[in-house]
Design a protein around this ligand. Sequence first.
Ligand code: CTP
Length: 406
Amino acid sequence: MLEGKNITLYVTGSIAAYKALILTRFLMKRKANVRVVMTTSAQKFVTPLSFQTLSKNSVLTDQNSGSNFSKIDHIELAQWTDLAIIAPITADFIGKIANGLADDFASSSLLATSAPKIIAPAMNDQMWTNSAVQRNIKILQDDGIRIINPGTGFLAEGYEGTGRMAEPDEIINSIESMFVEHSILEGKKVIVTAGGTRERIDPVRFIGNDSSGKMGYSIAKAFYELGADVTLISGPTKLDPLVGINIVPVTNVKQLKEEVELGFKSCDILVMAAAVADFKPVKTSKQKIKKDPRNDLWEIKLEKTPDILKSIAKIKSTNQIIVGFAAETENIIINATKKLMDKSLDLVVANDVSKPGVGFNGDTNQVTFITKDSKPETTALLSKKEIAELVVKRVENLMNDRKSSK
Ligand code: CTP
């Protein structure tokens, strides 16, 4: 999460400066690019050489950046920074940045950077509760700076109190949470159907199809990774269950329809990736059907199964999004657009299942996305994981468009 991020750590004059060394190590372990700025008083507690050794970058101080400080250095650093952390920050430095002062390298560079900022105060308990400090903290909060409150514990003064700088792992958690991108899909209820259905002929035979379930499982996983609450209604597959995803096993169209209808009422998004049988035997024999020695032909009478998406379309509310698949072997776009309209879908993921590497069973797929409002778009031949991420991205875009048009 922090890999390749440019993080500037500002260290000010407090005994807690030693914890900033641990914080530097934690940042380096996460492969962040770290540059450290030290105030003159910070250098009385720890040396620039310690930070230089850990961060593999020379440390910027008032002393080494020009006569007082070089304007070029502090602007260059300000522009380079993706996130600025001031840990520890003293009462004095809090006052300085709350009032926009810029009388040393650290404060000048902070004033020049538009990067998000986190501070971890460290001071005596009386200083921390002092109304002037709290007033300054409030200013910083209102300016959008994240404050990691000091903890309670043994202070340098030799007694218990509130003022100890937060521990480096707490600071790291806070830093990582700033880089998490929030998706509109977070917390949304999603139903994904996957795999093929089986319609029984007799106790040992059924009508099935080639679906492996891989596409649906990959889609369920991609939604889950963006924070959605996912239920996977799955026909029989050889795939392992997915951690964090509620799996509802089904075998035939009747069961699949019941489960989809049950869950649909309270869901935000339905993705029908299951390969649903279109026909089922009119009768299922309770006993194994024996060969007839007088007849080389065996006919099974089939009847149509209900179209699940068509019946769901009747109870769909305007806030819900339904994604259907279209397995085609010819006239892909025409046939899939017809499915979009007939089944009242928001998105159709169409695949030409006659092409090698596309559709059922394999690990790859190539799809065309069809919606009402945009031109069909065909992907390259990609892994099912990559296709799943594109499907989920499309759904995310549809939801964002709806939100902004409200
Ligand atoms: N589907 C459904 N109920 C069915 C058959 C299909 O809900 N009885 C869903 C599938 O899960 C898929 C979409 O409808 O999301 C299209 O399925 P597909 O098999 O491509 O098409 P069909 O509607 O079955 O039409 P056809 O077989 O004539 O192409």
